[in-house]
Design a protein around this ligand. Structure first.
Ligand code: PEP
Ligand code: MN
Length: 341
């Protein structure tokens, strides 16, 4: 961090500020120009609150050289984070590295028949995880809110039947006790900056699928990951799911460029959600292929056995047949990128 002091601030006053900063564990180098002193902070500057420094009456300008996140930062952890989870039929699922993970299932669990039939279909086509929401964050309070605890039970039944590990969204900390047998906890886009939730998930020992907020920057996504990691949980999968734009030809704008950017800045695995990113089933295959080409470590895709009758997100859900075709194509694309599905 570089702190430029105001014109005319003398060495004594600057020394007092430097001593304050050094109390926070950094060392401060002085560089004295004709009229201005510049302080260079060396060490772990993630603990320094730039807003406080900016508010100091001696300070003209503050520039961060280092990113404000540390645990999620590739500089402090150059190797990719790769972790394994038990999959169906005694197989191991690798997340990160040279593997491309496919998570598939309906937006919401709607009935026993629905979830168990989709689970069997996506398993047959080669999905590694079953997704399905039991607690749904809906824009309208009058829309289907998910089946809640009963939906979670049905998801767990489908897990038992197929062996597929499950990914499902947790909306508030009080639900955590119901998530004992959930394999990966999803933090939805709307909750990416629910810091109380992130702190609790930092203390839990389950992998977290962290979706990017629809109006959040890459740095904010990494800071949300940092919250979870600061609590001691470092098994995080980042997910790009589209951001708000000015055009309405699709539900969101899939920010494909954030994939290489995230991979450069962070060691965490990154997946793409082509379903929420586009909102349109016919666009999903193209964006899933693009995700592989952009270097993603996987996708999460909505599959429904009857999209026209889906209680949530039918327009963006692909059918089990379309999913099966997509998997065949993705295997070829993944191989080109040196990845295995
Ligand atoms: C979902 O995965 O069904 C969901 C609600 O996603 P997002 O949080 O990205 O909108
Ligand atoms: Mn959905």
């Amino acid at each position: 961090m570089i702190i430029v002091l105001k014109n005319g601030v003398g060495r004594t006053e600057a020394g007092v500020l430097a001593a304050e900063l050094e109390k926070q564990g950094v060392t401060v180098d002085f560089s004295e120009g004709a009229n201005q002193i510049v302080l260079g902070l060396v060490g772990d500057t993630t603990v320094i609150n730039d807003e406080v420094v900016r508010a100091n009456r001696l300070v003209e300008k503050v520039m961060r050289v280092q990113e404000p996140y540390k645990r999620a930062n590739r500089k402090f952890h150059p190797k990719d984070t790769i972790f394994e989870l038990p999959g169906a039929d005694g197989k191991k699922i690798r997340i990160g590295g040279d593997s491309f993970v496919v998570i598939a299932g309906p937006c919401s669990v709607e009935s026993r028949e629905q979830i168990s039939s989709i689970a069997a279909d996506v398993k047959k086509s080669g999905a590694a995880f079953l997704r399905g929401g039991a607690f749904k964050p809906r824009t309208s309070p009058y829309s289907f809110q998910g089946m809640g605890g009963h939906g979670l039970d049905l998801l767990l039944e489908a897990k038992k039947e197929t062996g597929l590990p499950i990914v499902t969204e947790l909306m508030e900390t009080s639900q955590l006790e119901l998530f004992e047998e959930v394999d990966v906890i999803q933090v939805g886009a709307r909750n990416m900056q629910n810091f109380a939730l992130l702190k609790v998930l930092g203390r839990c020992r389950k992998p977290i699928l962290l979706k990017r907020g629809m109006a959040c920057t890459m740095t904010e996504l990494l800071m949300a990951a940092e919250y979870i990691m600061a609590g001691g949980n470092d098994r995080i999968i980042l997910c790009e799911r589209g951001v708000r734009g000015f055009d309405n030809y699709a539900r969101n704008i899939l920010d494909l460029a954030v994939i290489p950017a995230l991979k450069q800045k962070s060691h965490l695995p990154v997946i793409v959600d082509p379903s929420h990113a586009t909102g349109l089933a016919w666009m999903v295959p193209a964006m899933a292929k693009a995700a592989i080409a952009a270097g993603a470590d996987g996708i999460i895709v909505e599959v429904h056995n009857n999209p026209e009758r889906a209680l949530c997100d039918g327009e963006q859900s692909i059918t089990p047949d379309a999913f099966s075709d997509l998997m065949e194509t993705l295997r070829k694309y993944a191989a080109l990128e040196g990845k295995v599905i």
